[in-house]
Design a protein around this ligand. Structure first.
Ligand SMILES: O=C(O)CCC(=O)C(=O)O
Ligand SMILES: [Fe+2]
Length: 671
């Protein structure tokens, strides 16, 4: 995950000096809706800061334009800006919209505000419109809307007027504002994070969503209504005769951990959350790329911690030097050095196929050790920041491995350099390039691979009944999962309660305090892995990967390129079992059992790079040399059934319930 939040900034809104907030650029309707909500919340915070009731001429108007007016009033700047995050909870049953604070901790001034907002989701007029709730819904929302707070004047806040004089209360915004206001005086990171607020509401598609509000000390007099909005829901779209699932969020490179604390330089470019049109997305900033090697030296760079509620940190500037050789004798030291290095501050660019600086190629050296099971078992420098469940039933997930855009670029540049853009180096279908064969590439791939391998091993431990437990009278598998884990005994990870925390050692499941007779299998990175997959539209035979299964228990595909016309068009990973194509953004990993039949969809423009790895069950590996097909096979052996960590999926994003008739799972609400 990157280190920056993107923002909707002043070029999208006029701010309070003019008393007007208006849309000046075309925005994705959903984003616009969120922006509107954020404006409401922010505005309510302003009012709360002043501890005054709204008057007749205070107006929040929402139709095709968003306007906040404040005739005759002098507003103070927002002290606690609200950062809105957006999370689809994919929960049909959760009609009780509630507001809760992230912690029971009270802020010194505001205390804890808890609100029960609308009991029924507010119906939006239609998808894509900026319509407002019907007044009956508003009334219902108002009726059910209460805010309990010790703070004077915060019993209930109206956000003003809507439209042509219609009285409105956006319960969510008001409630959110109350909470934000209640915590707006908090200044240290821990407190701020503990005051992270979750507001559940509905979006334009009537999906339940969560808005996460994090107070911030980020303070811009000139743009007090600067908004941070993050969209995190999967979008399911029927297009081109198929179902496409976009696990692409807005803004790119933002995590709640980082968002909750980081002061964002102003202004930052606004990123598209949705699949943008090609014309919008072709231009990218000129990179001033700094290339790193294993022996790169860097100045202090602090990584954000992983746990959602832990204190996050900011990244400092980095300088680097490059070297052109690496001897095998210094590998260990360099690995250590590498682990103390973070290239996340490299400038973002889209340098696919066009590395601007030469990448030093290390031609010798044994990199076998760096991907050794023991190395992968050690805690990685970065842990997976977040897990997204695409399909519980089929165990398809998306993981944010914390790989920044710049790191993706660097990996692509390194890939292109080590094989000098020649396909001769690629093996299977001339599309796969083994990282281990190129130490430079191996080192470049190390961090994300370590992160995801470690996470998979710990989150999805494979267990199967030992001989004693596989007798006919053996008890059925103990599993709290609705997943089909037949034949597998769930090995529940006892400490992965929070999304994103994968740094735990799995323990055997227990029943009535008695340990099941299970055997841990040794899930590990295949000793030929990882590899790079390259799709190239200019080579007809390299535009897709045919339907296949992988020789793996788990496969991870880390996207190094962005689709939607940014780096390529088309593409994505099609799964037969879903009859859908999954698109992820670069820096994220698609994780799934290799036995699932899948293919790489044809790209229609550009280049698409993936960093791929297969995790195998050591006990089941048939001794073999190079299989020559990158581990892909057209018929699948039957791997052990992975036992997903259900608790980990609790906070996951998920697919809107009404989005598809297909087999997507629903997840219980986390709030
Ligand atoms: O292109 C994709 O998304 C699929 C790649 C794949 O299946 C593989 O590399 O094994
Ligand atoms: Fe595959």
């Amino acid at each position: 995950m990157g280190q920056h939040c993107s923002t909707l900034t002043c070029h999208h809104v006029e701010h309070q000096e003019t008393g007007k907030i208006s849309r000046t650029d075309s925005l994705d309707p959903v984003m616009y809706d969120l922006m509107r909500k954020s404006i409401q919340a922010t505005s309510a915070v302003i009012w709360n800061q002043e501890e005054q009731e709204l008057e007749e001429n205070d107006t929040v108007m929402m139709d095709n334009r968003v306007v906040v007016s404040q005739s005759g009033k002098q507003r103070r700047p927002v002290v606690g800006q609200s950062h809105l995050l957006y999370k689809n909870n994919n929960n049909n049953n959760n009609n009780n919209n509630t507001v809760v604070t992230g912690s029971k901790k009270s802020s010194p001034r505001g205390g804890v505000a808890v609100a029960a907002a609308q009991s029924n989701p507010i119906q939006r007029k239609s998808h894509g419109s900026f319509g407002e709730p019907a007044s009956s819904d508003i009334m219902a929302a108002e009726k059910n809307h209460t805010i309990r707070t010790p703070r004077r004047g915060m019993e209930r806040r109206s956000c003003g007027k809507m439209g042509s004089g219609t009285k409105t209360t956006d319960a969510t915004a008001a409630a959110a504002a109350a909470v934000v206001a209640s915590s707006s005086t908090i200044t240290n990171g821990a407190s701020k994070e503990s005051n992270m607020t979750i507001v559940t509401t509905t979006d334009n598609d009537n999906n339940n969503v969560e808005l996460l509000l994090a107070p911030s000390t980020n303070f811009h007099l000139k743009c007090p209504t600067r908004l941070l909005i993050r969209r995190r829901s999967l979008r399911v779209v029927e297009e081109g005769g198929g179902t496409h699932i976009y696990a692409i969020r807005y803004p790119e490179d933002t995590s709640p951990t980082i968002l909750s604390e980081q002061a964002v330089p102003f202004p930052l470019p606004v990123r598209q959350e949705q699949c943008p049109s090609s014309s919008q997305t072709k231009s990218t900033p000129t990179p001033t790329t700094t290339i790193r090697t294993a022996s790169t030296t860097t100045k202090a760079t602090v990584l954000p911690p992983v746990a959602a509620n832990s204190k996050s940190t900011t990244t400092t500037s980095t300088t680097s030097t490059t070297t052109t050789t690496t001897s095998s004798s210094s590998l260990t030291a360099e690995i250590q050095s590498k682990r103390k290095t973070d290239s996340s501050t490299l400038p973002s660019s889209s340098s696919v196929g066009k590395p601007t600086l030469p990448v030093p190629v290390v031609k010798t050296g044994n990199v076998g050790d760096i991907f050794a099971p023991s190395s992968m078992a050690a805690p990685p420098r970065k842990s997976v920041l977040e897990w997204v469940t695409v399909s519980d039933e089929h165990h398809i997930y998306v993981a944010d491995v914390g790989l920044t855009s710049a790191q993706c670029d660097q990996l692509v540049a390194t890939t292109e350099q080590v094989c000098k853009g020649q396909y001769a180096a690629y093996t299977y279908a001339k599309q796969t390039l083994g990282c281990r064969e190129f130490p430079t590439l191996a080192y470049a791939a190390l961090q994300p691979v370590h992160t995801i391998v470690h996470a998979i091993i710990n989150k999805f431990p494979i267990t199967k009944p030992s001989k004693a437990a596989t007798t006919e009278n053996a008890p059925p598998p103990s599993s709290s999962s609705s997943s089909k884990t037949s034949g597998a005994t769930q090995c529940k990870d006892s400490s992965t309660k929070k999304s994103g925390n994968d740094d735990v050692v799995p323990s055997p499941s227990t029943k009535n305090g008695i340990q099941d007779q299970t055997t841990h299998h040794h899930l590990q990175l295949d000793d030929r892995e990882p590899h790079i997959v390259k799709y190239d539209v200019t080579r007809k035979e390299r535009q897709k990967l045919d339907m296949h299964t992988d020789k793996s228990e788990w496969t991870f595909l880390i996207a190094l390129s962005n689709g939607c016309g940014v780096d390529y068009e088309g593409g994505g990973t099609y799964f037969e079992c879903l009859d859908a194509t999954i698109h992820i953004q670069r820096g994220h990993a698609l994780v799934f059992p290799g036995k699932l039949r899948h293919c790489g969809q044809k790209i229609t423009s550009g280049l698409r790079f993936l960093l791929v790895g297969f995790l195998v069950d050591k006990q089941n590996i048939a001794p073999s040399g190079k299989n020559g097909n990158g581990g892909k096979q057209t018929t699948s052996k039957t791997p052990l059934v992975p036992s997903p960590d259900v608790s980990a999926a609790k906070n996951d994003w998920s697919i809107p319930p009404n989005a598809s008739k297909k087999t997507f799972s629903t997840i219980l609400p986390s709030v």
